[in-house]
Design a protein around this ligand. Structure first.
Ligand SMILES: C[S@@+](CC[C@H](N)C(=O)[O-])C[C@H]1O[C@@H](n2cnc3c(N)ncnc32)[C@H](O)[C@@H]1O
Length: 300
């Protein structure tokens, strides 16, 4: 068993379902357990041109690339993107979302992530698309931008943030007056689901190194408001889009590429990942989650 597996194995049961404060170094090690595998693993699983590791929004007969772009265009609309704007993607994954937005809307981008493996891939993608985007290895708590941004966005990232209010405060200081922070995230339909302590829940949390938990929509809004933001826009996304993303694409991609994915990681990793995706489908069927894109504006 690797050192990080031992660390995760040793997480006390009472800390496994709730938000918890690790020091930044430990949090990064735990997050790496899920994310810091060879890029090719996630590129194969997510697919499409932009490799979003988050729910896409499917119009009639649309494929994965079109659905990724439909979702990213909603971000653009809610951020009110215009040419020349400076935008920040917190939790930028493999650089697809920021590259797409900078290309289509002629913006200047910065992306941050705690995952080493993502940086060179993201930077290379931006280079190939000839966009003005730079990627930094940084936890949001240690990020120190040189200039302010017109807009900040996150897509299925704040689930990992124990101090969400602190994150919104930081965004407030990074934005120009009138700037927006736009987050997409799953939210719990009922508070009781925060304690997902059955074997399925423990498996999902463990795959993520016990690095997060979900909130109610109103809890996220309260955190943003207490940091000085005005709640200005909301898009509800039907969970059928997440079921489609996981069932029709991610699980299928796993199945079609089993041997290659095992080679890139290990049989145990592959089986754990496969089980985790199936667990998420069970939680969707049980109506544990709904999902939204929320936009908040800084007035002064
Ligand atoms: C579920 S992935 C989503 C990636 C991307 N937003 C997308 O939709 O494809 C979560 C991302 O958040 C990053 N992340 C998690 N915690 C972070 C933190 N504290 N600071 C910066 N990035 C973080 C991970 O490295 C990963 O890139």
């Amino acid at each position: 068993m690797s050192a990080v597996e031992k660390l995760i194995q040793a997480t006390p049961t009472k800390r496994r379902n709730l938000y918890q404060k690790y020091d930044i170094e430990e949090e990064i090690v735990r997050l790496a357990y899920h994310y810091n595998v060879p890029c090719e693993f996630f590129l194969i699983v997510t697919g499409g041109q932009w490799n979003t590791y988050s729910c896409s929004i499917f119009g009639a007969n649309e494929n994965m690339t079109q659905a990724q772009e439909r979702k990213l265009d909603e971000f653009a609309r809610m951020m009110k993107l215009k040419p020349g704007m400076r935008i920040l993607d917190v939790g930028c994954g493999w650089g697809g979302p920021l590259t797409y937005l900078c290309k289509k809307y002629s913006c200047i981008g910065e992306g941050i992530t705690v995952t080493h493996a993502q940086i060179p891939y993201a930077q290379n993608r931006a280079f190939n698309y000839e966009v003005n985007a730079r990627f930094h290895l940084s936890h949001w708590e240690t990020f120190k931008p040189k200039e302010r941004f017109d807009a900040i966005f996150t897509d299925e990232v704040v689930v990992h943030f124990q101090d969400l209010q602190g994150f919104f405060k930081r965004c407030h200081s990074w934005l120009k007056p009138g700037g927006r922070v736009v987050n997409k995230e799953l939210h719990l339909t009922e508070k009781k689901f925060a304690d997902w302590s059955d074997p399925l829940g423990v498996h999902v949390n463990k795959v993520y190194g016990f690095t997060g938990n979900y909130r109610l929509l109103e809890d996220e809004v309260a955190c943003a408001k207490s940091a000085g933001f005005e709640f200005v826009d909301r898009l509800d996304i039907d969970m059928k889009h997440y079921t489609h993303t996981v069932q029709k694409y991610w699980l299928r991609n796993l199945k079609l590429n089993r041997e290659r994915l095992i080679k890139l990681t290990s049989e145990k990793h592959f089986n754990d990942f496969h089980k985790y995706l199936r667990c998420t489908l069970v939680s969707f069927r049980k109506n544990v989650f709904n999902q939204h894109i929320l936009a908040f504006k800084k007035y002064s």
